[in-house]
Design a protein around this ligand. Sequence first.
Ligand code: ATP
Ligand code: MG
Length: 137
Amino acid sequence: VERTLSIIKPDAVAKNAIGEIYARFEKNGLRIVAAKMMQLSQAQAEGFYAEHKERPFFNDLVGFMTSGPVMVQALEGENAIATNRELMGATDPQKADAGTIRADFAQSVEANAVHGSDSSESAAREVAFFFEDGEIC
Ligand code: ATP
Ligand code: MG
């Protein structure tokens, strides 16, 4: 089995969509093995998105991710990384397939409802960024 890191972003938390998004994970074979709701600090958001530091949207992205509470979870299952990316849909909700989380809950490229690790390397880094080994069930 594989693990991936998922974040329900401030826009989707504000829309009261945590439960609907969790139901999609669970119906598609992804187990929630760790979870915490938190308000990211600027330093946490910058550290989490360090790979995007040079991108023009970096400051806006950090501002958005610190604008309200997020729900952070580690998901476990067969091909969890790819399964979660499929459930999320494309980064731009206008390009996301019908029935994906972003098609249903996102409003823009920035406020796009969810994050999901995009490789086994980023999944390992991102799960460890938020959870100690002892917090994962
Ligand atoms: P995520 O990493 O959040 O799962 P992603 O892998 O689909 O999404 P990335 O290219 O890694 O997309 O970008 C990370 C995040 O940065 C996006 O989810 C989005 O919130 C934001 N972002 C990406 N491109 C833009 C852009 N052109 N303008 C504003 N925000 C952007
Ligand atoms: Mg990404």
